[in-house]
Design a protein around this ligand. Structure first.
Ligand SMILES: Nc1ncnc2c1ncn2[C@@H]1O[C@H](COP(=O)(O)OP(=O)(O)O)[C@@H](O)[C@H]1O
Ligand SMILES: [Mg+2]
Length: 324
């Protein structure tokens, strides 16, 4: 009996723009168990944020299309509408962002906003919700939480506000937490504290998390499982320890060696020669082929499928690097 909480199959996202259709997410599969953290990594523009927004049902219906299957705890997410969708979005699944400013309304206190989130998703009186908000502020390690309840977002430092946003995201007791580069704007020491806090909370609450980062060091700290995205596809996926120690996709190998040679943790991944593909005009075969030192004609002719090896590692490459 597995403890599967999230099952995503063949997720596809298209945007309709004046220049034509953009294939932002292509045939993405994600399986996540309760209490498991998936680190989603890849260069900027690879479709990570769009994937999270699709999972949360946040994409604009008029200018995009989403297909495939998203099941959370057995529920068919793409079929939700009305009250059920409101219960799902920001309730059963919630999201934390890079900028707390996008999560909080500047004109209400932090305590009021967390209390409202609790009341929107769980049945609680005003005073019960306030008591729960206080508990959450304590849980995320905010000093003098009673006083902080009555602070406006701008009265908090960046690190405190980030913690308060995590409290807000936890207010609905989500089964799935989506985190889109939530620590990128913080300085290094605060960043580590917030990562450790998130790791602790998700373990205590047995919450599944998808954590987007372009920082391999951060991914190593927080992930059980890693998925590497390129050109809107997952090109490699497996246990974090294994993928980050012995990558099999040439793109993952490139990401890791660029981080090693770039030396400093927290630096942007930019050392692979060449540019990521334009999702409005993807190449015919493997999207990484133009930058890949192993590429052959076969790579330029057809897209390599994501295949599962005997150890469960999934790799989409005709020339996957042999296991050591
Ligand atoms: N609203 C939109 N309309 C059209 N194209 C979009 C839109 N949002 C994202 N895209 C396309 O999807 C690509 C991937 O974006 P994103 O998921 O934000 O990348 P990242 O991996 O950096 O988070 C972008 O480069 C862009 O081509
Ligand atoms: Mg992004």
């Amino acid at each position: 009996m597995t403890d599967r909480i999230l099952n995503v199959r063949d997720l596809e996202v298209r945007f309709f723009t004046e220049e034509g259709s953009v294939a932002a997410v292509n045939k993405v599969d994600i399986q996540l168990d309760r209490g498991e953290v998936l680190g989603l990594i890849g260069e900027s523009g690879s479709g990570k944020s769009v994937t999270l927004r699709a999972l949360l049902r946040l994409l604009p219906a008029h200018s995009s299309s989403v297909s495939g299957t998203i099941e959370l705890d057995g529920k068919d997410v793409l079929k939700l509408s009305g009250a059920e969708l409101r219960k799902y979005r920001g309730g059963e699944t919630s999201m934390i962002f890079q900028e707390p400013a996008t999560a909080f309304d500047p004109v209400y206190t932090v305590g009021f906003q967390i209390s409202e989130a609790i009341r929107n998703h769980l049945s609680a009186s005003r005073s019960e919700a306030r008591a729960q908000a206080l508990k959450l502020l304590k849980l995320v390690g905010i000093p003098s939480p009673e006083a902080r309840l009555d602070n406006f977002p701008h009265e908090m430092s960046g690190g405190m506000c980030q913690r308060a946003m995590i409290a807000l995201a936890l207010a609905s007791s989500p089964k799935l937490l989506l985190a889109d580069e939530p620590t990128t704007a913080l300085d290094a020491t605060v960043q580590i504290q917030v990562i450790l806090l998130l790791r602790q909370l998700q373990r205590d609450l047995r919450m599944a998390v998808i954590f987007v980062t372009h920082d391999i060091g951060v991914a190593t700290e927080i992930s059980d499982q890693v998925a590497v995205m390129y050109g809107g596809r997952i090109v490699e996926n497996g246990k974090a320890r294994d993928v980050l120690k012995s990558p099999r996709h040439p793109y993952t190998e490139g990401l890791l060696s660029s981080t090693v040679h770039g030396a400093r943790k927290g630096e942007k991944i930019d050392a692979i020669p060449g540019m990521p593909p334009n999702l409005a005009d993807l190449p015919h075969g493997c999207a990484f082929a133009p930058r890949c030192r192993y590429a052959t004609d076969a790579c330029r002719e057809g897209v390599p499928p994501l295949e599962t090896g005997s150890d469960g590692r999934r790799v989409a490459c005709f020339h996957a690097i042999e296991a050591a």
